[in-house]
Design a protein around this ligand. Sequence first.
Ligand code: PEP
Ligand code: MG
Length: 587
Amino acid sequence: MKNDIERKIKGNGVAPGIAVGPAFIIEQSGVPVPEYDIPSAQVENELKRLHSAIDKVQQHLAQLRQKARDLPVGAEDMTLLLDAYKGMLSGSRLVRGVEEIIAKQRINAEAAIQKQIGKLKADFAAMDDPYLAARADDVGEVGARLLRSLLQQNYNPFADAPEGCVILAEEITPADAALLDPGRVVGFATVLGGAEGHAAIIARALGLPAISGVGALTHGIKTGDTVVIDGYKGEIVIRPDAETLQRVRQEIQRKKQEDKRLKALRDIPALTVDNKLIALQANMELPRDLDAVRDSGAAGVGLLRTEFMFMNRATLPDEEEQYQALRKMIEALNGLPLTVRTLDIGGEKLASALGGMSEECANPALGLRAIRLGLKEPKILETQLTAILRASMHGPVRILIPMVSSVSQMTEVRAHLLQVERRLHRRGIKPKGLPPLGAMIEIPSAALVADALAKVCDFFSIGSNDLTQYTLAIDRGDDSVANLYDPYHPAVLRLIQFTVAAAWRANIPVALCGEIAGDPRATPLLLGLGLRELSMSPLRLPAVKSEIMQIALPQASDFAEQVMSKINQHEILDLLQKRITAKEKRV
Ligand code: PEP
Ligand code: MG
């Protein structure tokens, strides 16, 4: 009976909204395993794949171990279990056996793991000892984790999720998040993951409430139990009682009404009180966001994250495939501009198709990612630039380069772009001129040399998510430092101010496309700093528009001046919050 009692657990609310539905717990096991022969020359490589998977699982276990401390009960048992898993991954019978099978039988790592698990399980079972039988399950669990890590590119963890469910999982990687179907899933909660990780961004783009950093997530709950997920409060209610359910349903209803009110703003221009038009554009993660972009009344796409074309697959997309995908989007936008960001893979956004090119470094967020990877592997960059140039013949396009840290990178990119154009001309394909080429300003060094960058860029787009991460040295995807992640920190705001001023001096357009563009609390500040172009999740656009329609630019400048005079981040947040609250009171 005790099991039926309502229980609440806390985490970090990373995407707003509230929903109720049956829990669907993502298990680590049940991964379908391919088997194929490998030539002897490939053995070394296969062993490398195995060890890179082992390293990843070790890291994952270490993160889970940290979280296990939050468990209300069983923290010690869980820690011991995770330590046992860790032990099974270094020099154990499991690992040695898998290495031997790969080397001797010359088969792929996944199949070798499967074989060795089968053998160990059979050995344990033969001992007829309940303690050892439990160890057989542990070996199975560790093996399944290894398989999942190796098979990331073609495994859909949500394939069996029932309609209307709330997903509960240890982690949702950006590649997993791209597979979430908002028609079936109403929200998700994870043990790992920070507020500005890409799973959180995708959740916000899909309008799904999401919570991360929940230590005790799958403890005392089973698939099918009713749960409420409250992304505003960062709270999960397990087996809610009738009173809670009624309150939640009222809240969902109220939210629907509010959405309806905001939707009515769709075709109204984003004019300030003093009649200045602000360009509100949409961020797109996946082609399926197109409907939301159109419904939002966006003036175009200010950021197309092209990573989706490279995720959940084993090989890189060729020029034709990329061209067709872009062309479809451009045609669907019907004359509205599309800002295509070149591949920003690496860091937390890993693509198996790159074969580990970007992930084998100790510190991926600071490693070979985004344009650094593009300039090191020019074929990847040039293929994408070729596809973009061809697509630009079907409608207005801008090219945006991620993770720029110096002027020379932009001059190098431009040289590649010119080279690509020449090659296209030789193929008889003649786009009408080159699309504008811009830099993401998301690394402090780029912001600090914005004056020089403005001379080699046609536009800027400020990425406040990474700018916050790199300015404050806070991993945006790590829940254990999520409380320190603050895009309104004065240091970040000063870099934004500096960048906008440099763009104005050079007379080039400047946009902001990080998550704060979609936070109505920040709207007066961003306008006051001189931004006239904001790009955000399409679902956030109406609320920002509503804010714009209530401010005059001189008033926004005064407010920005007031905010920039503060050195304490709490005072800044207070000012942003109070302005909203004061206005709500006036209405
Ligand atoms: C950013 O860093 O602010 C940004 C918009 O890019 P992403 O979130 O894709 O890194
Ligand atoms: Mg970024």
